[in-house]
Structures are given as structure tokens and as C-alpha cells.
Write a protein that binds this ligand. Structure first.
Ligand SMILES: Nc1nc2[nH]cnc2c(=O)[nH]1
Ligand SMILES: [Zn+2]
Length: 471
């Protein structure tokens, strides 16, 4: 349904789960969430006994509301937020061999991205990728496109048509990039970025669904004048900013050699006025304490991309420590550094990475139990943490009155029968009759996937439905 079409008042009845705080997961067994015609949550009821009472309690205006009932085992959960991914790299998911960041970029990434000068190819890849991320429950996504203006504008238009909230950025790279894939000059990088910002603002003036994001690829790809001009462009147009930082040791050494007068990688961006409360910094694995302090002082946010960090052997980010130090963190799939479009997968991967740190692995001097992320903490990063990163902290991420209904219906399937019989079905989660509601959420986190994502809503509008599901 297009983002602007009216929707009926709807009451969602069934269990729901969401993170109240980093450490508090609420799992409500018999809930009712009332959503108005604008997609805004008007009531959240707990311990509901019957739907007629709900309608009566909330008066005349809810008498004829549509009811969406979650049948069987499952729960409503806030939509996931992917704070960092590359839509054009989707066809390369799973293709990385034994490369690390810098040779991976030249071997796999730049040739594929360059080929999106073909608009039909871009259309094929982008429509499929937006469908994929939606089918995994991603209701908001911060996308890198390529350096091509028409293909970048196409991605913005596709997100708007599909109703997925998105930040869409044209990638800037005027330095150290292959001749077949680079911006001719700082001036053209800025002019092309401006054209993409204007397109996004024209198709969605309110920015409710799609917003532009200024995107210097990373410091090695941009000259100092280009970084400074993009900082100025972001300020002039009040745009978000996204880039990569401190992902890999060779990359950090390269930045040091390219910007010898800068104090640090972070300082390169700070000098260019690229660190703002609207800045998303991907990876941020090997930051010094001084860099962390600068990032926090500027209010910039971090996108933790655990699957990509492992695939490209970039390192283990000490996320638990970042949270203790007051940094704001969300999760990113970083396709195709990461090979999965699923934020649920990043929840698991973030938890595994934190355990490697806890065991004294890379990024740790010695074992450190405090480094472990809990299931609730990782789910918080996937929803409310992500919402803070993309500037939607007051709008989505939790079921509260006044927020917008960005949600997924998680269906866990039927229980394994007590007598021998068919027990494998269209859900990877094996349920018995004795799990608590909280345990069902844990089982979903550790063994669920897109087969459990039955329906997805953005602002109360259906943006994805699994085949055969009726709502
Ligand atoms: N993971 C990742 N890191 C980058 N650094 C610069 N470009 C990229 C990219 O496309 N992916
Ligand atoms: Zn990336």
C-alpha cells in the first residue's frame, strides 16, 4: 500500500514484545494495540480478556475498527532498523573468499557497483533487495547506493513506492578509486550529491519515508577538499551523513599516510565538519579512547556490523564497552561485507562477537565477562538503538502511545506433537508446550528467520506479507 493512502483504524490483538530499556524486555501475553488512520499508536492494553471490552473501553470511535488477530504462537515485535547496508552489493552476498577490506573492495565491490550505470540492472537489484530487507522485518534502512545519480534516485523512488523508511545516499569517491569508478572532481561529487538530495526532497517533501544522506564512502576514497565540501553540503541541506570508520588495520594505516597532519581517523572527519548528531559511522572497531570521546561529544552515532566484521576479518567491536561509555549504537547488515540482509542475524552475530571479546579474543587483552551482550541488549540495538541512530527515536522502536506502528508479526508455528508425527514445518523454531513467552522470544532470536516474519507494517501500512498470510 502506498505510504500516503489512508488506512482504517486497526486494533492488533495478541502477544507483543519490545524493549522497554537496554535491560528490560516486556513480553505481554494478551495485548491490544490501537492504531489510528495516520498509523499512530493510540492505546496499548495489557491483559485483555476480550476484544469487545477493548472496543467499549475506547469508545465510539473504535467501535468499527478493523481487528488483526495474531493466531497461534507468536508475537508482534517492533520493525528492525538496519543502520548500514549497500543495496548495489546485494548480488555479491556470500562472495568474498579470503579477502580483507581493501582487496575485497577492488576485487569484488567496485566492479559490481560500477556496473549499476545500467539502470535496468540497478532496477533489478534494488527491487529485489528492498523486498528482501522488508521480508526480514526491516522497516527502516540506511542505504548506500552507488555514485550514479539516476540509479541512486531510482533506489529512493523504490523505497518510497514500497513504503520502507529509508535514508538513501549517493556514494562520493574522488580519490584513490579505480579510473572506471570515481568522481571526476570534488565539484562534480558535490553537484551529483546535491541532485540526489533534491530528488529525494521532491518525491517525499516531508521526509516521512525517504530522506537523503550525504555519503563520503570513507576517508581513503575522498580528498580533504571533498570531505570538507560534503560536510558543508550536509549542513546547508540539513542532511544526515554516513561513512565508514576504523574498520581494518590496513585502512587505518592508509588514512594515516593520506592525512599525515590529522590526529586520528576520527579527526579527519571532525576537521571536515562531518561529525554531527545526524552522522552514522559504520564499523568503528578500532577506536582509541580519544576518538570515542570526540564521537560522543559531537553526538555522532555508531553502526555495529558484526557479520561483516567477521567475514572480512576486520575485528571484534567492543560494543558493551561503547554502551557503558555513552555511545549510541545500532546494528547494520553491511551487505555484502556481511552476507545476510537480516537484522535478526545481526542480533545473533552481535551476541557471538561480544562472547569472543568476553573470551579474550581479538579486541580484548584478557577474558572479560562484562563484554557479553544479552539477548535483550542486542534486540534493543536492533530496534530502539537503531531508531536513535537514524533520527527516529521519538517515532519508532517500541510500542508506546504516540509512536508510529512500524512492526512485524512473528509467527513461530505449531508445537511439536506429543505423539510421533510430522514435526518439521514452515518454521525453523521447534516449540514444545512448556516454553514461557520470554523463552519463545529467545528461541526466535537464536533459531528464527524470515519464515517467521509473517507480516510487516510501516506507519500501520502493510509493506510485506508472506505468501498465504491473510490480514
Ligand atoms: N564494509 C565496507 N567497508 C567499506 N569501506 C569503504 N567502502 C566500503 C564498503 O563498501 N563496505
Ligand atoms: Zn559498508
Amino acid at each position: 500500500m502506498a505510504a500516503s493512502q489512508p488506512i482504517p483504524k486497526t486494533i492488533y490483538i495478541g502477544s507483543f514484545a519490545h524493549c522497554i530499556s537496554l535491560n528490560e524486555l516486556e513480553v505481554c501475553e494478551r495485548g491490544a494495540i490501537g492504531v489510528d488512520e495516520e498509523g499512530v499508536i493510540r492505546f496499548v492494553e495489557r491483559n485483555v480478556s476480550n476484544e469487545e471490552d477493548i472496543k467499549l473501553n475506547f469508545g465510539e470511535e473504535w467501535k468499527d475498527a478493523k481487528v488483526v488477530r495474531l493466531e497461534g504462537k507468536g508475537f508482534f515485535f517492533p520493525g528492525f532498523i538496519d543502520t548500514h547496508t549497500h543495496a548495489p552489493q546485494h548480488p555479491n552476498s556470500g562472495l568474498f573468499g579470503k579477502t580483507t577490506l581493501l582487496d575485497w573492495l577492488t576485487t569484488y565491490t567496485f566492479p559490481l557497483e560500477a556496473s549499476l550505470s545500467s539502470l535496468p540492472k540497478a532496477h533489478r537489484i534494488y527491487t529485489n533487495f528492498v523486498s528482501r530487507t522488508l521480508s526480514h522485518g526491516t522497516t527502516t534502512c540506511a542505504y548506500y547506493a552507488t555514485r550514479h545519480v539516476p540509479a541512486t534516485n531510482l533506489l529512493s523512488s523504490i523505497c518510497l513506492a514500497r513504503g520502507q523508511r529509508a535514508l538513501v545516499g549517493r556514494v562520493c569517491m574522488d580519490s584513490l578509486s579505480p579510473p572506471y569508478y570515481r568522481d571526476a572532481s570534488t565539484a562534480s561529487a558535490v553537484a551529483d550529491s546535491r541532485a540526489c538530495i533534491e530528488h529525494t526532497r521532491r518525491i517525499d517533501p516531508s521526509g516521512t519515508i525517504v530522506r537523503p544522506i550525504v555519503t563520503p564512502r570513507f576517508a581513503p576514497s575522498c580528498t580533504a577538499p571533498c570531505l570538507a565540501a560534503l560536510g558543508a553540503l550536509a549542513h546547508e541541506t540539513s542532511s544526515f551523513i554516513q561513512t565508514h570508520i576504523s574498520e581494518n588495520h590496513n585502512e587505518i594505516a592508509l588514512v594515516k599516510s593520506l592525512f599525515p597532519h590529522s590526529k586520528s581517523y576520527t579527526d579527519v572527519y571532525d576537521t571536515a565538519n562531518l561529525l554531527t548528531p545526524q552522522t552514522i559511522l559504520a564499523h568503528a572497531i578500532h577506536l582509541s579512547q580519544d576518538e570515542r570521546d570526540t564521537i560522543r561529544a559531537r553526538g555522532a552515532k555508531i553502526s555495529h556490523c558484526p557479520a561483516s566484521n567477521t567475514a572480512l576479518t576486520s575485528g571484534c567491536c567492543r560494543v558493551r564497552e561503547y554502551l557503558d561509555q555513552g555511545l549510541t549504537v545500532g546494528l547494520g547488515t553491511d551487505v555484502s561485507g556481511g552476507c545476510s540482509p537480516s537484522i535478526l542475524e545481526q542480533v545473533r552475530q552481535a551476541i557471538w562477537t561480544s562472547r569472543f571479546v568476553a573470551m579474550g579474543g581479538p579486541g580484548a587483552d584478557q577474558p572479560d565477562e562484562k563484554a557479553k551482550l544479552s539477548t535483550c541488549e542486542a534486540l534493543y540495538l536492533a530496534t530502539r538503538g537503531g531508531a536513535e541512530v537514524v533520527g527516529l527515536a521519538d517515532k519508532v522502536g517500541v510500542f508506546e502511545v504516540g509512536r508510529e506502528f512500524d512492526a512485524q508479526m512473528v509467527r513461530l508455528g505449531v508445537e511439536v506433537p506429543e505423539v510421533e508425527g510430522e514435526s518439521v514445518q514452515d518454521s525453523p523454531v521447534s516449540l514444545f508446550s512448556f516454553e514461557s513467552r520470554e523463552e519463545m522470544v529467545e528461541k526466535w532470536v537464536y533459531s528464527g528467520d524470515d519464515r517467521n516474519c509473517a507480516v510487516v507494517w510501516v506507519r500501520g501500512r502493510v509493506v510485506h506479507k508472506r505468501k498465504g498470510v491473510v490480514v
